[in-house]
Design a protein around this ligand. Structure first.
Ligand code: SF4
Length: 351
């Protein structure tokens, strides 16, 4: 293994790393929060969430005491909400089983809910200076190109090969800097599209560059089929005294957006015939939302009920007014509809 590569990466990192708040700390809690937020999220978007999150929950104790609804509300718009639910469960365990002190042992870190090998490696190396690799998408791409690994990086075999290379490369004195260097190098220099090969300090050693395969690596296995789902939402408005209210529903099933709120949803929709006490106000445009393995398209039907709805007397449904919207966590697609179509409609009716 050419140890010069490690040296060059560390030097590059010293010169190019972005000034980010979690790079100025070795507090395992803060590193954990930043790593979880940055999974599946770009730094530019994640930064604001990170700052708000650690402002509200500056330590394990404050997070462990929070309610799930509150934490999900903080997470609204970031997606992959199981990350927030798992963080809350893990914080409670650290608080109870470890007296509020983050465990320093890699295997104990790995046992915490929502922490996989990547996050455990990042925390162990950055906060506790232990030589464990942290292999995310950026790292896989960089290693696959540098060493010409053509096994699919999202297969077990590919990940194993990359992990072996990382174990040989990792700097035992600065494992945290090494892991961050390679991730940052992937994000800024060896980017998925248009990597900066012309000015790259590693181009002389890069197998992909030397063999003209930069756009062919990394190889991805695309076996997972995407599920298509169509949601039909019923948005029921009514008046409670003088305030316009609408029904929202807590999603309790074992499905996407668990414990977040949306509207009563139908798989098939039948018209309310000629019921004059119910008026269809608006049928929304189609909203689309791409999840990793699902493509959601949703349509919303806004109805006005002249007498306050009594149909859905179920704990799942809550009647709220616009002033209470900020208390409930909504998936991004639902929030978009509320802001773009429901609120203007309510405003029109109230004026
Ligand atoms: S030469 Fe290009 S492909 Fe190779 S490491 Fe540098 S940026 Fe990445």
């Amino acid at each position: 293994m050419d140890m010069n590569i490690t040296k060059i990466l560390l030097e590059w990192y010293g010169d190019h790393k972005r000034d980010l708040p979690w790079r100025k700390t070795r507090d395992p809690y803060l590193i954990w929060v930043s790593e979880i937020i940055l999974q599946q999220t770009r730094v530019e978007q994640g930064l604001e969430y990170y700052l708000n999150f650690v402002d509200k929950y500056p330590d394990i104790r404050s997070l462990a005491r929070a309610s799930e609804q509150e934490v999900l509300k903080m997470w609204q718009g970031l997606g992959y909400y199981s990350r927030a639910r798992n963080m809350l469960s893990a914080a409670k365990i650290i608080f109870v089983d470890y007296g509020g002190t983050f465990p320093a042992d890699y295997n104990n870190i790995l046992k915490l809910k929502g922490i996989g090998q990547y996050t455990a490696g990042a925390i162990a190396s950055i906060a506790f200076n232990q030589p464990f690799p942290a292999m995310d998408g950026n790292v896989k791409r960089v290693i696959s190109r540098l060493f010409g690994v053509d096994t699919p990086v999202n297969s077990g075999k590919g990940a194993k090969r990359i992990n072996e290379i990382l174990l040989e490369m990792i700097d035992h004195h600065k494992p945290g800097d090494f892991n961050q260097a390679i991730m940052e190098f992937g994000a800024l220099n060896c980017k998925p599209k248009n990597p900066l090969c012309d000015t790259c300090p590693l181009s002389h050693a890069c197998q992909a560059h030397l063999s003209g395969r930069v756009d062919k690596l990394p190889v991805m296995d695309r076996k997972i089929k995407q599920k298509r789902r169509s949601f039909h939402y019923l948005v029921m408005l009514s008046k409670n005294k003088k305030e316009l209210v609408f029904m929202i529903r807590k999603r309790t099933g074992n499905d996407i957006w668990k414990n977040m709120y949306d509207f009563p949803e139908l798989e098939t929709f039948e018209s309310y015939k000629n019921n004059s006490r119910v008026k269809l106000i608006k049928t929304s445009s189609v909203y689309k939302h791409q999840l990793t393995h699902q493509l959601i398209s949703a349509k919303f039907y806004i109805y006005y009920f002249r007498s306050l709805f009594t149909v859905h007397r179920s704990p799942e449904y809550i009647a709220i007014g616009p002033g209470q919207l900020d208390q409930y966590p909504f998936p991004r697609l639902i929030d978009k509809f509320i802001q773009q179509e429901l609120m203007p409609e309510i405003k029109k009716m109230q004026d």
